[in-house]
Design a protein around this ligand. Structure first.
Ligand code: SF4
Length: 325
């Protein structure tokens, strides 16, 4: 591992000042330290933000504000989250291991890097995300876990988070602070698609810090679910995942919120499927039309043709389960 300096920030203002000087943030360290050991990341200076406030509080508008430093396990177990946003609890608990969830933070979860094996193989693989314009060995290699939506010739990696998929369906807002002030970014806009700059993964500037995630009051809690399909029962990344919630008026769908995981470089909000469903009646045919519409532009790779059908069937199954009386 390359030598680095280490500083602890006492508050967000100090953290912003330190990262503006070129330091990298260290939260739970569950992804960054791994990448430093492998030589993928080589920061010269870290600022530890794990001591920043880690609160989960109800907002005056009836939503919930989650500090970026809150641990994943704390969020998943919190009574407010379990009661109002159960799909978020389920998504978090579907990710990683209990030990990692106890260390990992909400902010770090959003900023974690892809688990593309070629990205992590510094010694032997070409990777445009790690080093721009060098090539992408995943295209002709093992690409079972790679993207079918929103990919580019430069990169076909997927975002590995489960939590972020539920946050996308829940219309979460990401609060950030930086040297030039504070701003709010919709979670659905926060992660970039790769285009010709797969190395730029989010809208977060180098001198900005995520301080909180805000969830608005939502009526979809009672009919919502997160389902993750993976190669083994635990400690595996999603082949496909679905976060979905609906509100019904009798058998008519008033609102649908859907996001897919494991299929793109960002949590994939399924706006097309939502538009198909909104205002229509609950039926297997409607669910099938919604799934077809969302996956219409999917482009499979040699190793992951199956993902298109898997995504459709998983989405249809989740919609069927949450629409039951
Ligand atoms: Fe790198 Fe992206 Fe290609 Fe993986 S898919 S090797 S991350 S460029």
């Amino acid at each position: 591992m390359t030598p680095f300096s280490y500083t602890r920030a006492e508050d967000a203002i100090e953290a912003v000042r330190l990262i503006a000087d070129g330091r990298r943030c260290l939260g739970g360290g569950t992804n960054l330290i791994d990448l430093m050991r492998k030589g993928v990341e080589q920061p010269e200076a870290l600022v530890d933000i794990s001591g920043l406030p880690a609160t989960i509080e109800e907002t005056p508008q009836g939503g919930v504000m989650i500090s970026a430093a809150a641990k994943n396990s704390t969020v998943a177990a919190h009574p407010l989250i379990r009661a109002r946003y159960p799909m978020l609890s389920r998504a978090i608990l579907a990710g990683a291991s209990a030990q990692i969830r106890n260390m990992a933070t909400v902010g770090g979860n959003l900023l974690q890097r892809t688990r593309c094996a070629y990205f992590a193989d510094v010694a032997g693989s070409r990777c445009n995300k790690r080093e721009l314009s060098t090539g992408c060995d995943a295209r002709e290699g093992f690409n079972r876990y790679h993207a079918i939506l929103g990919a580019s010739p430069a990169c076909i990696a997927t975002h590995p988070s489960d939590m972020a998929v539920a946050l996308a369906a829940l219309n979460a807002q990401v609060h950030v602070v930086g040297a030039r002030g504070s701003r709010t970014i919709a979670l659905t806009d926060f992660h970039r698609l790769p285009d010709n700059r797969p190395d730029v993964e989010t809208l977060l500037a180098h001198d900005e810090l995520i301080v909180a995630i805000e969830l608005a009051s939502s009526s979809i809690a009672s009919r919502s679910a997160y389902r993750k399909v993976r190669d083994r029962a635990s400690y595996a990344f999603a082949l496909v995942s679905v976060a979905a919630g609906i509100t019904l008026d009798g058998s008519r769908i008033v609102e649908a919120r859907i996001a897919l995981g494991g299929v793109a470089a960002r949590p994939w909000r399924a706006f097309r499927a939502e538009n198909v469903l909104r205002g229509g009646l609950v039926s297997p045919e409607a669910f099938s039309r919604a799934a077809e519409a969302e996956l219409a532009d999917a482009v499979p790779l040699p190793g992951n043709h199956f993902k298109i059908e898997l995504a459709k069937r998983t989405l249809e199954a989740v919609l069927a389960s949450i629409s039951k009386a």
